[in-house]
Design a protein around this ligand. Structure first.
Ligand code: FAD
Length: 490
């Protein structure tokens, strides 16, 4: 039996595409939550009561107003590639699938603006053909993920070694946001104000358009370098990441036996078992100096592939599809007992930290490192693969990372705060209170909204903090342009 007035809602949404057969409801209520054995158990039965697929912004406004009138929760969804249950409707109601909103508004040198459902791959293709540019960064799910889903659910990825994360000032330039009220308002967030929705899981508003900064698109070359030991591999990767004059988009370390056990094409390229691999994407003009670096440290260059040649017979996937959270996906495909963690090794000794943890855990925790630019310096994320045994041991491993000086961002929880991505974010909390007074947007994901005394955990670190905190609304913080009228128009 429906928990909400879905029959009434359906009749008020005539003309808007809907799905309600059990298989589609199940499918559209899921993301990659099963990366976590904890979330796999917790979220298995989560189901939307209705999936709505609006084709334009006017229809989105109708859906929000009608859901608000009936107290029906709304969970926005792009492509559903999030991996902490972000797009899962844990309190039922409507899944608002925005993937049909895919118009590209404009592309010009340095910037692009598109509707939230635009696939990142399509936006890149269009930007390349229009002005030889591309998005500064994308998740390794480039082929499927949407612009709105990345901005609201992601943090950074391929490109972050040069450009930092989504939250870094200047990467996301603007966002058009709808509020969840009797008469939804349309807000235009600019500059710092975009932080109100970035990595907010859609709890603070429905994003219908995003404006992002673009970068010059060189010809990228994929490469893999093999080392006989983990330490020189990690040290080489750090040193490569620090080369500001070598334009690059990816620097990843996969400790042995990740390739041998889970990523056969890379293992075959490495030629001998036991290789520790550094994966990289270099601009073509950076490749020769990169080769010289490899020779200097005694690495073996085992793979080279131009980005345009991934369709040729025998080619590997684009190298980024072995990196970031794709590494975990390859491992899970081979062994369902694998899970992972998300950590940040302490700077400036991140390599020493990763090496110490590699020695300590051996094969129980396999080191996977991603180098990024973080608040002006090169930092090292750990996305280690973990042989899961029990929830207690998983937590013990997290504690060992923390006591070793690492920050951890748990991928085994659905809430923004417990994920450790941030403590209570006052800016997003205030924005949610203004825009979603009944708490109907993706309910259950922002603890601070429901638990007024909740002050967050002890971790002060924001993932890709953008270098600074911005003031909450109501203070002297950034004001949002308001279009149209509404109950709380200011
Ligand atoms: P969804 O999963 O559909 O949604 C993500 C979140 O945003 C949800 O909370 C959803 O409710 C909300 N949302 C979606 N659209 C809107 C909207 N229009 N308005 C408001 N809220 C909205 N993430 C990274 O950051 N970097 C990576 O490199 C990376 N690699 C990945 C690799 C794999 C194999 C997998 C499975 C995941 C990876 N992720 C990564 C996580 C995920 O792919 C990205 O965050 C991706 O950008 C999400 O896009 P999506 O369209 O699938 O969003």
């Amino acid at each position: 039996m429906s928990r909400h007035d879905i029959a009434g809602l359906r009749s008020s949404l005539r003309g808007i595409p809907l799905l309600d057969d059990p298989a589609r409801l199940k499918n559209k209520s899921r993301d990659f939550y099963w990366y976590s054995p904890i979330l796999r158990d917790q979220l298995e039965d989560v189901r939307a009561e209705l999936v709505v697929l609006p084709e334009n912004e006017e229809q989105v406004i109708t859906v929000l107003a009608e859901c608000f009138a009936r107290g029906v929760p709304v969970t926005p969804r792009g492509a559903g590639t999030g991996n902490y249950g972000q797009a899962m409707p844990i309190e039922g109601g409507v899944v608002l699938d925005l993937s049909a909103l895919r118009a590209i508004r404009f592309i010009e040198r340095g910037r692009a603006r598109a509707q939230a459902g635009t696939r990142l791959l399509d936006l890149d293709a269009e930007a390349r053909s229009t002005c030889g540019q591309e998005q500064r960064m994308h998740p390794s799910t480039l082929r499927n993920a949407t612009l709105g889903g990345f901005v609201c659910g992601g943090s950074g990825g391929v490109g972050s070694v040069t450009w930092g994360g989504l939250r870094d000032r200047g990467n996301v330039l603007g966002a058009r946001v709808l509020t969840m009220e009797a008469t939804p308002r349309t807000l235009e967030l600019r500059a710092d104000a975009t932080q109100k929705v970035i990595h907010g899981y859609g709890t603070t508003g429905i994003v219908t358009e995003v404006e992002i900064a673009l970068a010059q698109a060189p010809q990228w070359i994929d490469a893999a370098v093999a080392f006989d030991a983990f330490e020189p591999a990690a040290a080489f990767a750090y040193s490569l990441a620090c080369q500001d004059a070598l334009l690059k988009k990816l620097v990843t370390v996969l400790a042995a036996p990740i390739a041998d056990s889970y990523i056969r094409p890379l293992s075959v390229r490495a030629g001998a078992p036991g290789a520790h691999l550094v994966l990289a994407m270099l601009a073509s003009e950076a490749y020769e100096p990169f080769e010289a670096m490899v020779r200097n440290v005694g690495g073996r260059l085992v793979h080279r592939q131009d980005d345009s040649s991934t369709d040729t017979p025998g080619a590997l996937l684009p190298i980024y599809e072995y990196a970031w959270n794709h590494t975990t996906l390859h491992a899970l495909k081979a062994d369902r007992s694998i899970t992972y963690h998300q950590t940040l090794h302490p700077a400036p000794d991140s390599v020493a930290s990763a090496v110490a943890l590699h020695r300590r855990f051996g094969d129980e925790v396999l080191q996977h490192l991603e180098f990024v630019r973080f608040d002006g310096t090169i930092a090292c994320y750990g996305l280690p693969l973990i042989r899961f045994t029990t929830p207690e041991r998983l937590r013990e491993i997290e504690v060992i990372y923390e006591t070793s000086g690492c920050s951890t961002f748990s991928p085994h929880t659905v809430t923004l705060e417990d994920g450790g991505m941030k403590r209570v974010d006052p800016l997003q909390l205030a924005f949610k209170r203004d825009n979603d007074p009944l708490g109907l947007l993706n309910p259950g994901k922002m603890r601070a909204f429901r638990e007024p005394g909740y002050a967050g955990g002890e971790r002060a670190l924001h993932l890709f903090s953008g270098g600074a905190t911005v003031a909450p609304s109501g203070s002297d913080g950034p004001k949002d342009a308001v279009h149209g009228t509404g109950a709380h128009a200011s």
